[in-house]
Design a protein around this ligand. Sequence first.
Ligand SMILES: [Zn+2]
Ligand SMILES: [Zn+2]
Length: 408
Amino acid sequence: MKLAVDLHSHSGYAGGVGQIELTAVSRTMKLKGIDVFGTGDCIFPPRTEELKEELIEVNEGLFALPKDDSKFLLQTEVIFSTKLAHKRNKTIAHHIILFPDFESIYKMQLLMNKWGMKNTIGRPFITSDTQKELEDQLFEISNIHPLMEIIPAHVMTPDGIFGSKNDLDELSEFYGKFQPKIKAIETGLSADPQMLDKIPDLSNLTFISNSDCHSAALNRIGREFTILDVKQINYKNIIYAIRLNKVIMTAEFNPAEGRYFLTGHRADRKGHSHEMIFADELPQQLICPVCNKKMNLGVQERSIQLQDNSIIPISRKFMHLIPLIEVIAASQNLKSITSKRVREIFDIIMNIFPSEIALWQSDSIQVMLDKRVDQKTINQILAVKKGDFKFQPPGFDGTYGKLVIGDR
Ligand SMILES: [Zn+2]
Ligand SMILES: [Zn+2]
């Protein structure tokens, strides 16, 4: 059975976004066609209590609001920070952790207390002084319950495990003996399976894709997602599907849209009057010729550094996607996705297709939308479905790439 999951999000507690109601999340999930959604921030005590109060367990390990069929899975992101003996700087890597029940969350909170970690923000830090100490922490978390899952998040961004800041060549430098427990990675917005499947330590792992969203908006929830093949809809089957690579497909950002795709500096940086972007030839030591500061190596170059071209990748189905609401806005030359006209067209399409994912998977978009939606919008939806879009300029230095659909 196909199950569309988006297993990495954040709540209002992750900073700067205000409260996000689960009812609003559920509404968007239905429009998008996301069956199971990661709650975000589930180990932060006020959030834990909020989730416990609002949600009821409906399928073993999956939760829902009363009289609602959108399903939630208990999930947090944590930042592991450690000092590796052979690295000058600290190594910092974001991870998603999935929990089978509230009991396991409470055990995780006890571990945080025992280690003296501040659990005062949505996305907490777990620090250690040595690789061995980190390894022990990972085992202790994993031993809370056999169905706990720890997944490196957005692996190629600067704060992902293989990000340019960490400059690791192999996963074992970080995980040590824990490495065999890592069964899956999250591709993140800045990378897609094609960029990662020739990286030796990743080539045999499961790739999942999640939105990492901090909002219930239509262009945030499910902007990346994964379709898993499960026997039954419950937590255990989702974990098995992740561990055994039962991924039917992932939907990905075009990596060029991601905020760290190319190496460069934004125009609004100190000492800059214009932007600098480097697509192929990089300056010596990555020193920016304008401000003389070091730039972060873009995800594209970083992934090429790590690739081994002798690897024959296993086949992975994925598509590049732009949220429908953004495609509609672009087709109407409107900047805002909240404009009335954009929402009207979106609602017409949602009356024709059961969800956005159903639209993207349909082979009869033209027939179904013909004469009910502006032909220009249909053309742009078809162009996106074919992958006929690009980002010019691509994302760099924390800014998203600029969308161009077809040959406009
Ligand atoms: Zn993160
Ligand atoms: Zn600069």
